[in-house]
Design a binder for this molecule. Sequence first.
Ligand code: BGC
Length: 433
Amino acid sequence: MDFFFRPRICYCSDDSFVSNFFITARRFGPGTVFLVRETGSPQLKDQMHDMRRTGALSRGRAKARGFIMMLMMVSSVLGQSKPRITKQPFGTADGKSVEIYTLKNIHGVEARIMTYGGTLVSLNVPDKNGNFGDVVLGFDSLADYQTAKGYLGALIGRYGNRIAKGTFRLDGKEYKLAVNNGVNHLHGGVKGFDKVVWTASPSVHKDGLHLLLTYLSRDGEEGYPGNLNVTVEYVLTEKNELKILYAATTDKPTIVNLTNHSYFNLAGAGSNTILDHQLTLNADHFTPTDDGSIPTGELRSVKGTPFDFTKSTAIGARIDQDDEQLKFGSGYDHNFVINKNGQALGLAATVYEVTSGRVMEVFTTQPGVQFYTGNFLDGSLKGKGGQNYPRRSGFCLETQHFPDSPNKPAFPSVVLRPGETYTQTTIYKFSVR
Ligand code: BGC
């Protein structure tokens, strides 16, 4: 007799957001599908979705098979934990309470996301020996997130990356944005989406654990036109993917470019530098900049330059070469043009860290990715567990539209008009080699 197992997550909306799963056992050949579900969570009874039963089993056979299935289920989930979402208070900001939500899948992969800045606080994934490690940089206290520079783990908006001189024209009108990076506007301004408290709504679905964050950015905030309704949904799947789904609508023409600013270190946050990580970027071109990191408008071929990561290469192999672009960024701090068609979801990057065996793949709908090697980390930040974060101890892959697009008509448009919906999807997928 053959059985096939299909773990399913059931939706549960009680206060603890504890979810559960059941197993579908199916005998190959015509006829029988048989469900075994874990009990012990009475609130699930009314909330099981998607349960199917086809064919018929005699009561006796069903009981016998049920018993076998229970045993198989126990062995198949041994060592796995229940998928769940919990929340803890984490202080207050702007007079609002801040919470951290913990999403944990059945493999034990855990993402902690804070309502302040919609920040990814920690991400625990297994290495090749099954040992879990936190692969994103961050802090232990809300105060550190509020005062530190660097946007560690935060959501970025309304406009990720730089807008030259904080100025752009839209429909013949000039807009002046907050200037917070020399003469330029960076990552949404003085108080961007990384410094506001988002409203959170957790739920458990078949495809994974969801945390929906919402924020209304008022007309005029940081100089941007239009009331912008923003939603960002983090989804931790059973395939060890962290998906981030962004959406926004506006009541006046405006510009939008949302991203996440996590610094990764696949050997574990606070370990060494990321210079030995092997990176592949699916990009034949990048956008070179001036000395203020504003793109010149050119799409330059990476061929024959230290920007060629089309084949897996150590991040540090060429980072200190005598190259004007590397000097401008103090290392890599550049937008790469992803080889892909329009809005389709495509592979942007693969990163491999040999000692842990961890692999991270990044998929996105966006045309670009900012590859930033933490050049401005200087060891002065006191990170999680008292670790310090030296220069280049984390890298960012910020999926995005190109920097300064509002002033570069040849770059893909970042304009959002009333009646349209901005969307972007990015997936960070973890595995081992
Ligand atoms: C920018 C860097 C900046 C960093 C932290 C990155 O997205 O490209 O220039 O230093 O964010 O602010």
